[in-house]
Design a protein around this ligand. Structure first.
Ligand code: ADP
Length: 478
């Protein structure tokens, strides 16, 4: 079991207080590397969620806090996260499995969203139109949209929450947070830090447990006006259909299936370096992980050798062990999916360049490189969400653009070429919300990030991430 000064209370948080223990159902959080239990938490359902929404709604009954006050909350949360970076990172590593250095990076990255939201908050100030249509003064106000339901995944327990909570708090929209049941402890620790700050009771609430019941309650309650969700396309579709009768706004960040394209003229060393960082972060379990690696025929052999050497040298282990570069997958289901996709590819003729047979009784999977991957293999249509590099050889620009776009997803893509004109042309032709040129950077707090097609809609980060949580109101006055 985990001991932590940031996990003194092991319950939800509603109206500015941790809930009393209850006698209802409970669930257990595990260390994915060892299978050992870390904590047992109460499982909340519809009634508790309604209570959390009601607490959040009381905040909206009072006039909204000033932008300056909200910026102060955001800066205080960023500072608190950074002041407890080591402990928050340890909790993330224990419940998620990622190496400690990555978890520390996640805490700093998450703090950046609060900081940037504070820095950008003037974008929400009332704006008076320069023109005076009909002889009136027109002012546009960014009002808090209402209660915000924030449903987050397990791969970045604090960063995915930061992307949503920073926007909601900047907008003055009180939040009901529903973290993933696989990784609720870092969010719970963050709420311990928020509890010490000077936010109005009800501004931040936390429930977890029965995800379908909590999701349905958030969708049905009239006070909830925005639901921001990051997770699977299946659950995103379900939430959209549940919210449709109430005409609620959704921001959905769903699956990816990121192509990484390397043209013959690219700097192979740079492309390999960047691919390693994109692919093996969180053991490949991120929605922006390079999932389909397209390499032009002229450099395919050199690229395969270079990436194989790097992947062979990766150190797999418990995230708290010094030197670990790749931790376990989140659970046995995730490992079984990797086995299925690799098995399908090998059965259809893919060649294992690096990789070992799966260890069925653990959540760990060996970093793997597959060559001769062909269209039609499941590995190219489904997100592998694991430490697997599938290499596909291509001949022409037109062919690779068509192949890269031949997916229902459209989140992130990466292009490596020495020709800036080609880079610009290919970026414009790719139907992805984020296209990185000669680097494989994922999102940053300063920029809007989100998907096209089945990867969802809405943006997180940047000024756009704040606008998701406001309603614009126009006041023409005589
Ligand atoms: P993943 O496959 O990455 O685990 P999910 O979409 O299942 O993605 O999970 C993302 C988040 O959605 C988690 O917090 C999870 O608990 C939550 N979730 C799962 N099912 C539902 C549901 N029916 N309604 C609302 N939230 C859900």
């Amino acid at each position: 079991m985990i001991q932590s000064p940031l996990l003194e209370h092991r319950t939800g948080y509603v109206a500015g207080a941790f809930l009393p223990p209850h006698a209802g159902p409970r669930f257990v959080v595990h260390d994915p590397a060892t299978g050992e239990p870390l904590a047992e938490l109460p499982s909340y359902g519809a009634a508790d969620t309604d209570a959390a929404i009601a607490a959040a709604a009381t905040v909206l009954a009072a006039p909204p806090a000033s932008l300056e006050t909200r910026a102060g909350w955001l800066r205080a949360i960023a500072a608190a996260q950074l002041a407890h970076q080591d402990e928050l990172a340890r909790i993330i590593t224990l419940e998620n499995g990622k190496p400690l250095a990555e978890a520390r990076g996640e805490v700093a990255y998450a703090a950046g969203f609060y900081q940037v939201a504070a820095d950008s908050i003037d974008a929400l100030a009332p704006r008076t139109l320069a023109q005076r249509p009909r002889g009136l003064t027109w002012t546009v106000y960014a009002r808090p949209a209402g209660v915000a339901g924030l449903i987050t995944p397990w791969n970045f327990p604090l960063a995915m929450l930061a992307k949503k909570l920073a926007g909601a708090l900047a907008a003055g929209a009180p939040a009901v947070i529903k973290p993933a049941e696989l990784t609720p402890l870092a969010p719970l620790a963050l709420v311990h830090l928020i509890d010490r700050l000077d936010l109005p009771p009800g501004m931040v609430n936390l429930v977890f447990g029965d995800a379908p019941a909590i999701g349905a309650a958030l969708c049905a309650h009239p006070a909830v006006r925005v639901i921001s969700f990051t997770g699977s396309t299946r659950v995103g579709q379900l939430l959209a259909s549940q919210a449709a009768p109430h005409v609620k706004r959704l921001a959905l960040e769903l699956g990816g299936n990121a192509p990484l394209i390397v043209f013959d003229d690219a700097d192979v060393a740079v492309a390999v370096e960047q691919l390693m960082a994109s692919k093996f972060r969180c053991a490949g379990q991120t929605c922006v992980s390079a999932n389909r690696i397209y390499v032009q025929a002229g450099i395919a052999e050199a690229f395969t050798h270079a990436i194989a050497a790097r992947v062979r040298a990766l150190k797999v282990g418990h995230g708290l062990e010094p030197g670990t570069q790749v931790g376990p997958l989140i659970d046995r289901g995730a490992a079984a999916k990797v086995d299925r996709l690799v098995g399908d590819a090998v059965a259809r003729g893919a060649r294992v360049v690096v990789g070992e047979p799966a260890q069925p009784d653990t959540g760990f999977r060996a970093p793997t490189v597959l060559a001769d991957v062909q269209p039609g293999m499941a590995l190219l249509t489904e997100e592998v969400f694991g430490p697997v590099v599938p290499l596909v050889t291509f001949a022409t620009e037109a062919e690779v653009v068509a192949a890269a776009n031949a997916t229902e997803y459209g989140l992130a893509a990466y292009v490596f070429t020495a020709d800036p004109a080609r880079g610009a042309r290919v970026a414009a032709a790719l139907r992805f919300g984020h296209v990185a040129l000669n680097n494989a950077s994922g999102p940053t707090p300063e920029a809007p990030f989100g998907g096209m097609k089945s990867s969802g809609y809405g943006r997180e980060g940047g000024v756009e991430g704040l606008l998701e949580f406001v309603e614009l109101q126009t006041v023409p006055s005589a």
